[in-house]
Write a protein that binds this ligand. Sequence first.
Ligand code: AMP
Length: 114
Amino acid sequence: MPTLFEKIIARQIPGDIVYQDDRVTAFRDIHPRAPVHILIVPNKPIPTANDIEDSDEALVGHMFTVARDLAKREGIAENGYRLIINCNTHGGQEVYHLHVHLVGGAPLGPMLSR
Ligand code: AMP
């Protein structure tokens, strides 16, 4: 079964895609938690951070350089932003296709609340 994000990458279902190349796709989160909330995902399905293989190092690095460039393009680089990867149930992962959340555009508060 393809994940929801695979369907967005393949443009089988709508997604607000802001960047795509042969390795990654970035699209706006459907329920934004901040003025800017973009998900950067590998085009190939890696379910969780646990499933990243050594051979994926360049791909994962590319996800971060794309996040950096999008932060600049969205005008949030200078003030700052947060990059988040949730893993499995304790991490609060909802979609099992690896993704980096790029969130910013306002003060985000403490990283975790207790
Ligand atoms: P996570 O909890 O880290 O797995 O985050 C999954 C994210 O995917 C959530 O922030 C959702 O709002 C977002 N999401 C779910 N469905 C869609 C969709 N169809 N298009 C864009 N973002 C989505």
